[in-house]
Design a binder for this molecule. Structure first.
Ligand code: MSP
Length: 633
């Protein structure tokens, strides 16, 4: 058995800036690598960028720059993002680097010399964005199976890799190695794909089309197909054909991580390439699900992406990492909403974990001069808590091996909840009033010990916050062996704890994204605004002079209003609730200092106030005598 751990992410195309999908795979790899490092296994974590191919060339053309400039500009976005998200990768490979290009050419030459590559005339269909060839027989309609876009008919000479010769071998390999493709259903998907005859893989493109790509070593008129080039990154970065010692140390990879969109390239092309190159198979190819917006995959072309930096800035890097790891059932798709984020953050981090810490600190400060007390006698409640915490440690540890961090995290937060329940039962704030502090000592010791174990288990997910928590508890090192986490009672009585800090301040619901429903409870004090904030709004009374529907919409009305000193036009989304003629003469309240905007091409200079709930909407109107233009406050 290999004693090192090697994990990779896909190398991301530089046609696009990173979004939450890229962030998820990279954070997942980072968490996994950190877990293995904490087990004292030599670990290598590789990520990088895919800088060749049609997609990048197209993006460059669109931006009016060279592919090189496109790559150089975009790669820094990925590198900065990983830095910001606290990604501790050991290497970052760019496919335009000489160290990679050289190995791609060596691999191609070797396969060519072995007679695995031949030249043939290709006559078929091609999806340019996906760079996939289709023959008549593997096409149900003239659409790309991957992206659904129409295909272009092409006829050209190209080089082919004899992939079909390995089909039977691959089927058997997959069947004999149940851990090779994970989760199981992805393994079945691959076997399903392999039920149809496998075509040879076209591994070249004419140089005239993609001059920026890697030239074939045996024919300078052709360049390398971007997928053949990209997959090689997993071995070029660790010294294949170059640095035997390094290569033997890390290869085979323990995990290739990716989403299901690129399953086949990893579970069919890549194993066959490796086999033909006479290299060992990776241990596990793991394909997770997609982050969705509603029902749709998040992608830049759909314009529905979530920017990880904005999220990290708004709520903190560790909270963002936590959410992604806890929320997605590993393997399955998951819909992203900021509401779900805020809900989980407030429940798990602010209420459960943050609250436990602040309760414990307060009591230790007030009753034991800031020193964790020794435990007194243990009873059944203590045993129950110990059992829950140690079971959580076990589940978290298993989740590293079976790739279910969502379950591991749920178990850890479950243990935190158990501890809060224990405090509710034991009522340490009441025990503190007793002259004999024995019972209080036991309770606080158990809460501190829970926090010691829980924080160590969550270090890979929230490295900074958990280190902060541990240093508050006077814990100077991160437990690196499971032994410490599977043994109760390692906290030393007398350890000095730090002062109070709000590790995870509660997010007031109002701080969530602007379009979040505002129907929740009025926020607690932290979420309320100052009068000065309110005073920025110029609310004025106005009278509706005329109203008509905005052409081509069934929701909008165009209103002419009298604001006392001036007449204005505003557009309001109230057509479903009011007939235009019923509005004339109504006295309404308008936000007068809102910047003008065009709504469906119609100028709107202000906004009327309305109350809504479910399917009901009522505009705010005034009773009695009040002139137009009066201030509302
Ligand atoms: N360059 C290829 C990969 C070559 S690897 C040898 C590529 N690049 S990509 O930029 O399109 O990245 C695809 C990967 O980004 C996915 O497999 C996944 O890891 C991540 N994600 C991109 N969008 C995603 C979601 N909406 N949800 C989850 N992960 C997604 O394909």
């Amino acid at each position: 058995m290999k004693k090192t751990f090697y994990v990779t992410t896909p190398i991301y195309y530089v046609n696009d800036v990173p979004h939450i999908g890229h962030a998820y795979t990279t954070i997942l790899a980072d968490v996994l690598a950190r877990c293995h490092r904490l087990r004292n296994e030599p670990t290598f974590f590789l990520t990088g960028t895919d800088e060749h191919g049609q997609k990048v060339q197209r993006a460059a053309e669109k931006a009016g720059i060279t592919p090189e400039e496109q790559a150089d500009r975009t790669v820094v976005r990925f590198q900065q993002m990983w830095k910001k998200l606290n990604i501790a990768n050991d290497d970052f490979i760019r496919t335009t680097e000489e160290r990679h290009v050289r190995i791609v050419r060596k691999a191609l030459q070797q396969l060519f010399d072995q007679g695995e590559i031949y030249k043939a005339e290709y006559d078929g269909w091609y999806c340019t964005p996906c760079e996939r060839f289709y023959t008549k027989k593997d096409m149900e309609e003239i659409k790309c199976a991957e992206c659904g876009r129409p295909l272009e008919q092409i006829k050209e000479a190209n080089y082919f890799f004899k992939m079909s010769a390995y089909q039977d071998w691959l089927i058997k390999y997959i069947q004999d190695h149940p851990k090779f493709i994970q989760p199981d259903y992805r393994c079945n998907e691959t076997l399903g794909f392999l039920r149809k005859p496998l075509n040879d893989l076209c591994i070249s493109r004419p140089k005239s089309r993609l001059p920026w790509d890697i030239p074939l070593p045996f024919d300078p008129d052709f360049v390398t197909y971007v997928w053949f080039d990209a997959l090689i990154n997993y071995i070029s970065a660790i010294g294949c054909f170059d640095d035997d010692e390094k290569f033997r140390k890390w290869w085979p990879a323990s995990y290739h991580l990716m989403a299901k969109d690129i399953l086949t390239t990893h579970t069919v092309y890549w194993p066959i390439m490796l086999r033909a190159l006479k290299l060992e198979m990776p241990e596990t190819i793991f394909a997770h699900g997609w982050w969705l917006t509603g029902e749709a995959k998040m992608s830049k072309s759909l314009g529905n992406v979530v920017d990880p930096l904005a999220m990290a800035e708004r709520y903190g890097v560790d909270a963002f990492r936590y959410f992604l790891m806890a929320e997605m059932v590993m393997g399955q798709d998951c819909s992203f909403t900021e509401d779900a984020f805020v809900r989980r953050y407030n429940a798990d981090l602010a209420n459960d974990l943050g609250n436990l810490l602040s309760r414990v600190l307060k009591l230790v400060q007030a009753n034991f001069e800031g020193k964790i007390p020794q435990s007194g006698e243990e009873g059944p409640a203590e045993k129950t808590l110990q059992g829950a915490v140690l079971a959580a440690a076990k589940t978290m540890n298993n989740s590293v091996d079976n790739m279910r961090f969502d379950l591991g995290i749920a178990a850890v937060i479950g243990a935190v909840r158990e501890c809060n329940r224990y405090l509710e039962i034991k009522q340490p704030w009441t025990l503190a009033k007793l002259p004999d502090k024995g019972a209080l000592q036991t309770v606080l010791y158990h809460a501190c010990e829970t926090l010691r174990i829980v924080s160590a288990l969550l270090v890979p997910v929230m490295p900074d916050k958990m280190r902060e928590l541990r240093s508050i508890l006077g814990l100077t090192e991160i437990e690196s062996s499971m032994d410490n986490l599977a043994t109760w009672g390692k906290t030393k009585g007398g350890t000095v704890v730090g002062g109070m800090t709000a590790l995870f301040p509660r997010i007031a619901v109002e701080k969530a994204k602007p379009d979040a429903p505002k129907t929740g409870p009025v926020p607690e004090n932290a979420g309320r605004i100052d009068y000065a904030d309110f005073a920025k709004l110029q609310l004025r009374t106005a009278v509706i002079i005329s109203a008509e529907k905005v052409d081509g919409t069934d929701k909008l009305l165009k209103l002419q209003i009298d604001l006392g000193t001036e007449k204005r036009q505003i557009v309001a989304g109230i057509a479903k609730y009011y007939k235009p003629e019923d509005l004339i003469g109504k006295k309404i309240v308008v936000l007068a200092n809102l910047k003008p905007a065009k709504i469906r091409g119609v100028e709107s200079n202000g906004m009327l106030l309305a109350a809504s709930q479910g399917d009901t909407l009522k505009i705010v109107t005034l009773e009695g005598e009040i002139p137009a233009g009066a201030t509302v406050k």
